[in-house]
Design a protein around this ligand. Structure first.
Ligand SMILES: Cc1ncc(COP(=O)(O)O)c(C=O)c1O
Length: 426
């Protein structure tokens, strides 16, 4: 009988990794309190829980003016609008990220210009940003992907030189710090998702950190149907007048859950950070595994999922088969996102979105050469579930043991790989 669980052998880890989201009596009490208060929704904006969340979240990240809202996609659209970025403007985004990073500027009418990532971090490559700048470029959206942060020193330098807005996509980086400074406070905006898989969650939600009270007031107005808001997203100030907006408010019920999540967050983040360091060390002993760069400027690694790369030629299989094998061993993992230029959503011939139709030359994906993102997305990246790190040394050890086992039986896995790919491939 095979030793590999995917081929009928015994599982490395039989105990389930801990579930997410974590909750206890405090969440029930917080929601109950809001229910009894009768103030459930987000109007008038901000409600007391939302205002408390804004203050406490900005405090945790170490700066900025926080505007809580519906999710971490509209937060990037709102950032574009608040910065005056719109129809026909170019916004540089990385090729390795969730589609929201490119869809959000499109919703503001802007064109996402997709550039390649740095293979050592999987985050946007500053050299590729520099090459993509034109007279129409108005902003950069670096993504702090997985457990990494983009090179914010280089990005802010380029942005300063070309007078560009920087919107950090921090959907994966709550609590992370670069040179001691919180993610989302280095650029002009920091966009956070509070969606259910994220490390601070309300089920659905988002927070936009703004560099100035003026930008926060604009953002608050845009998400509150255009109502005028005073600086910092405070109470209405009629002197500012109305602007075009929608309803992207966060509800008080959701804000109450996020406030309880914030109480748990520091201990969870500390454990993740310690276990990520242990994982780096443990993985570096496995042949065929490439641990991503640990940049010393990334001073706090608070993260969403942990990424590493395999050398498919050494494992004898590609990442999709390896992930299926790891999953069968009881270790939750994922192959990660598709390369951005392969998302069908943006193909002008398949999409009715205004931006691809109006600017088809930007969406000629077949002509795009993005080798690093393509390699990561189609061959080598493996994303380990956050729960692995929340289960302490034993959880990490099990993941590493499973990977070593797969490596020892790589030949057998490779022989079965065609069949497995049909069964499990993406
Ligand atoms: C990198 C990235 N950016 C943006 C988002 C969008 O956040 P939301 O789902 O809250 O809209 C997500 C995740 O969902 C994400 O992973």
């Amino acid at each position: 009988m095979s030793q590999l669980a995917i081929l009928g052998g015994p599982k490395t880890r039989t105990e389930a990794y801990p579930a997410w989201p974590v909750w206890d009596q405090r969440d029930i009490e917080a929601v109950t309190e809001v229910i009894k208060s009768g103030r459930w929704g987000g109007f008038p904006y901000p409600g007391p829980k939302t205002a408390e969340l804004a203050r406490k979240f900005a405090e945790m990240q170490g700066g900025g003016y926080a505007v809580p809202m519906a999710n971490g996609t509209v937060s990037m659209e709102v950032a574009c609008r608040a910065a005056g970025i719109g129809w026909g403007d170019e916004v540089i985004v990385p090729a390795y990220t969730f589609q929201a990073t490119a869809a959000a500027p499109m919703s503001a009418g802007a064109i996402p210009v997709i550039v390649d990532v740095d293979p050592s971090t999987y985050c946007i490559d500053p050299k590729a940003i520099a090459r993509a700048i034109t007279s129409k470029t108005k902003a950069i959206i670096p993504v702090h992907l997985g457990h990494q942060m983009a090179d914010m020193d280089a990005i802010m330098q380029i942005a300063g030189k070309h007078n560009l807005i920087v919107i950090e996509d921090c959907a994966h980086a709550h609590g992370a710090r670069w040179n001691g400074q919180g993610a989302g406070t280095l650029g002009h905006f920091g966009s956070f998702s509070l969606q259910s898989s994220k490390t601070l969650t309300t089920g659905e939600g988002g927070i936009l950190l703004c560099r100035t009270p003026e930008l926060a007031a604009k953002a608050a107005s845009i998400i509150d149907c255009g109502r005028p808001h005073a600086l910092g997203g405070g109470p209405e100030d009629d002197s500012m007048g109305f602007q075009v907006g929608g309803n992207y408010r966060l509800s008080e019920l959701a804000a109450a859950l996020a406030l309880v999540g914030l109480q748990r967050f520091p201990a969870q983040a500390k454990q993740r950070e310690e276990m990520a360091a242990y994982m780096d060390e443990s993985l570096s002993e496995i042949n065929g595994v490439r641990v991503l760069k640990r940049d010393p400027r990334h001073t706090t690694r608070s993260f969403y999922r942990y990424m590493f790369a395999i050398h498919p030629e050494e494992f004898g299989v590609e990442h999709d088969v390896l992930c299926a094998a790891l999953d069968a061993e009881g270790v939750g993992c994922w192959v990660g996102y598709e390369a951005m230029h392969h998302y069908t959503l943006f193909q002008p011939q398949k999409s009715k979105l205004a931006v691809p139709s109006a600017f088809p030359e930007y969406f000629a994906f077949d002509e795009m050469n993005l080798p690093e993102a393509t390699r990561a997305c189609e061959h080598e990246a493996v994303w380990l579930d956050e729960a692995v790190f929340r289960s302490g040394v034993g959880g990490v050890d099990d993941a590493v043991t499973a990977l070593k086992k797969i490596q020892e039986h790589a030949k057998e896995l490779a022989e079965a790989s065609q069949k497995l790919r049909e069964q499990y491939g993406k």
